[in-house]
Design a protein around this ligand. Structure first.
Ligand code: TXA
Ligand code: MG
Length: 352
């Protein structure tokens, strides 16, 4: 079968756009740049092409894919019962890192929606990928372009590390400008957050003039209670994990906590202000403590960096959970699994 084909994975630039379109039209997979992270794209209307995404990523089949469209009008092609506030949000934030979960129209293959009656739609803000979708005139189903469970790729090179030999080509559009995945919103009586991402909850609330419903711990955990399947199925899996185990440390004293407990051969993800505490340990600086925008850009490459080292454990300072900090903190906590420590009250938070 073609998913077992070993490809000589090519790196395309903007000059190869027509070749990129033809790969998609042939039902093969293509790495695409977006402003959030690189995606592993297929023609969303071709069920057997979409199937290859799950095989190549080793992705559980109950985890649905986001449909990437070229314009907000395309929402009408693939979804129905669109709430008024979605148009307002699309007006303000599209193209951009915001995904809407809406009632799906019938022509969307079950492999895309994982059998749910809804579909996630987003218009990515990257000129090459927008041109590609326009030119192909098909929506692209695309998860992040990492192997399942690994940190998302924010450069073509990082995607190549995971996908070399597995797909025909990656379209190189440079480093991702946002660096964390899109925010995912679903709509009941009130809108609710399924994943914190590149557009902050505060920004969304300022457009719709309403509160966005969050879980008790800031996001999505309410969806995992009462035996209900989580509404964003992907959020239940361990994610973003480098080879070495990660401990996320929250709170104002996180740097001192880490400096006190760090052992030889352990690594650190830290804020710029505290870098000097970790001289002599392998470390990655993700930006200043309050600069969530820079942290978002750096977080996945920082996590990936440690796979090239021999560290036995990674300590990570976790930002405050506001603005884009919520998305960065979520990625670190998912990478840490159950290993989350509050440096202020010194108790270990239970696994969510
Ligand atoms: O920024 C992004 O969103 C990136 C780029 C490539 O666009 N894509 C991305 O896709 O992060 P992925 O597959 O890694 O994450 C998609 C998340 C998963 O947690 C999935 O469960 C959720 O979106 N999702 C997709 N369709 C859904 C639906 N109909 N209902 C609920 N959750 C959905
Ligand atoms: Mg992903």
């Amino acid at each position: 079968m073609s998913h077992k084909t070993t490809w000589h994975t090519q790196c395309f630039t903007e000059y190869d756009l027509s070749q990129a379109v033809s790969i998609l039209k042939k039902g093969e997979l293509l790495g695409i740049p977006t402003e959030t992270v690189y995606g592993l794209a297929a023609n969303a209307l071709d069920a057997s092409a979409v199937e290859k995404i799950f095989q190549v990523k080793a992705r559980p089949s109950d985890n649905p894919l986001i449909l990437h469209v070229a314009h907000c009008d395309w929402m009408l092609r693939y979804s129905q019962n669109i709430p008024e506030m979605v148009w307002d949000l699309a007006d303000k934030f599209w193209p951009g890192p915001l995904t809407f979960v809406l009632d799906a129209k019938e022509q969307i293959p079950m492999t895309v929606t994982a059998g749910l009656p809804t579909v996630g739609l987003r218009c990515p803000n990257h000129p090459l990928t927008l041109a590609l979708i326009q030119e192909a005139d098909i929506p692209l189903a695309a998860p992040s372009g990492n192997l399942s469970g690994k940190p998302s790729p924010t450069t073509a090179k990082a995607m190549f590390e995971d996908m070399a030999g597995k797909i025909p080509a990656i379209l190189d559009g440079g480093a991702c400008s946002v660096g964390v995945e899109s925010t995912i919103l679903a709509f009941g009586e009130t809108p609710y957050l399924l994943r914190a991402g590149g557009i902050s909850v505060e920004e969304i609330e300022s457009v719709i003039g309403k509160k966005v419903l969050l879980g008790k711990n800031g996001f999505h955990d309410k969806l995992e209670k009462n035996d209900q399947p989580p509404l964003a199925p992907g959020m239940k899996y361990r994610h973003y994990a480098p080879k070495a185990p990660v401990t996320a440390v929250l709170g104002e004293n996180s740097s001192q906590w880490i400096a006190q407990y760090i052992q030889k051969e352990e690594g650190v993800i830290c804020f710029q202000e505290y870098q000097s505490l970790f001289d002599g340990y392998p470390h990655q600086v993700i930006g200043k403590e309050k600069d969530f925008t820079t942290q978002a850009k750096q977080i996945f490459s920082a996590l990936r960096y440690f796979d090239q080292t021999n560290v036995t454990h990674i300590w990570a300072q976790c930002p405050e959970e506001k603005g884009l900090g919520l998305a960065v903190a979520n990625r670190l906590q998912k990478a840490a699994g159950a290993s989350i420590i509050s440096a202020t009250s010194a108790y270990v938070r239970e696994k969510r």
